[in-house]
Design a protein around this ligand. Structure first.
Ligand code: ATP
Ligand code: MG
Length: 375
């Protein structure tokens, strides 16, 4: 009995050729799991088949599936695809259907990796002109363990590595424009995100908290689940404001934030902190000040935006869909407590001296007591 032709989407992994066989298998399994999650969440009917270097999503809802797959990290490209259980089935199918794909006056080329002999057999049934250099239509054919795939147009995938394949990071999420973009880049390279947001509620409105929750909804289109820590920071800020000069306050806030973040990271098994800092963007992001802030923690700090201009970051935020949320007004918990005259050239000794005036361990304990988290 002849099996019916299966329709769906073929997926090619990104960068997995760089990995050993064992790692590749783990990464591929992770990708399959993520695809399964997002397709299910999107309400698609599908089946997933896994071949050594390809994944085939069997589905009739290709438009819906393509939209979802486009956002899944770890995919180099994907294409609408037909799947055949033998070559004769493929030859017959192409012979019967090519007028739907290649118009009368159009040229075509058949691209096959190996098995070059089959090209003639397939082309023989196509009554159109061949052009191997600049064809109007390309027919890609692949053979994987006697499963034959036919597809036409490759669509660029989200790239990167399957989410979850690079461990976990704790992203310091302010609700501004930069930190969501930083989170996106780490997720793209396979790092699962947990978020941490410092707020000054009820001293200010809960706008920043609401913004972070809204940003999370966008981020959840890329990462299956997201845990967020909300930490009250107003007491820390009030104490720092009362006891230290304006020039150093932002550095002291940041050091405290990092210290608390490190504690949460340890608890959550996160291997790095992530921030949205970009070199020289504001006075707290100069090299001397980055050094002072980072000195307080042992954990690595990743800054995916370090080399980006603000304009570039805004463009990325718009593409991701976070920009409109990020620009909603909020009383930033730092701007509220900070004067315009910050030092861009802080001195570590001085910062540490000032820090002695504040009861850091008590502040940290209190802040951690107020912690609230949610998925
Ligand atoms: P963003 O747009 O991400 O807020 P920014 O340009 O406003 O960045 P800063 O306010 O100097 O820069 O903050 C630098 C980084 O410190 C942020 O990208 C973020 O990672 C972290 N950060 C700042 N404020 C908070 C906060 N309230 N909660 C958590 N992280 C914060
Ligand atoms: Mg900010």
């Amino acid at each position: 009995m002849r099996k019916p032709v299966k329709k769906g989407i073929i997926i090619a992994f990104g960068e997995l050729f760089l990995k050993s066989e064992g790692v590749r298998k783990l990464f591929a399994e992770r990708l399959v799991r993520n695809l399964y999650f997002f397709l299910k969440k999107g309400g698609a009917h599908f089946k997933i088949h896994f071949f050594r270097e390809r994944i085939f999503i069997e589905t009739n809802q290709t438009i819906k599936a393509k939209k979802i797959i486009k956002k899944v990290f770890g995919i180099a490209w994907f294409a609408e695809n037909f799947w055949f259980s033998d070559i004769n089935q493929l030859i017959r199918f192409v012979g019967g259907n090519y007028p739907d794909w290649i118009k009368k006056n159009e040229t075509f080329a058949i691209r096959v990796k190996k098995d070059r002999k089959i090209i003639d057999k397939i082309a023989k049934n196509i009554n159109r002109k061949v052009d191997l250099t600049k064809p109007d239509k390309e027919l890609f054919i692949e053979n994987r363990n006697n499963n034959w795939f036919l597809y036409f147009k490759k669509i660029k995938g989200a790239g990167g590595l399957p989410l979850g394949s690079s461990g976990k990071v704790l992203t310091l999420m302010s609700g501004g424009i930069d930190s969501p973009v930083a989170a996106f880049f780490t997720a793209k390279r396979g790092a699962e995100n947990i978020w941490l947001h410092f707020h000054s509620f009820p001293l200010v409105s809960n706008a920043s908290i609401e913004k972070v929750k809204e940003l999370a909804k966008v981020f959840l289109e890329y990462q299956p689940h997201l845990k967020i820590y909300f930490i009250p920071f107003q007491k820390a800020q009030m104490e720092i404001k009362a006891k230290t000069p304006a020039k150093y306050r932002i550095l002291l806030y940041r050091r405290l934030m990092f210290k608390i973040a490190q504690k949460i990271a340890e608890k959550e098994n996160c291997q790095a902190l992530v921030t949205g800092e970009s070199l020289g963007q504001v006075s707290s992001q100069t090299l001397p000040n980055i050094k002072i802030i980072e000195e307080i923690v042992k954990i690595p700090v990743l800054r995916p935006l370090i080399g980006f201009d603000k304009e570039e970051i805004i463009k990325l935020a718009k593409k991701m869909g976070t920009f409109e949320i990020s620009i909603k007004p909020q009383e930033d918990c730092c701007t509220l407590f900070v004067s315009k005259h910050q030092t861009a050239q802080g001195d570590l000794k001085k910062a540490k001296e000032l820090e002695k005036k504040i009861n850091t361990s008590r502040i940290i304990k209190e802040a951690l007591r107020g912690v609230d988290w949610q998925f």
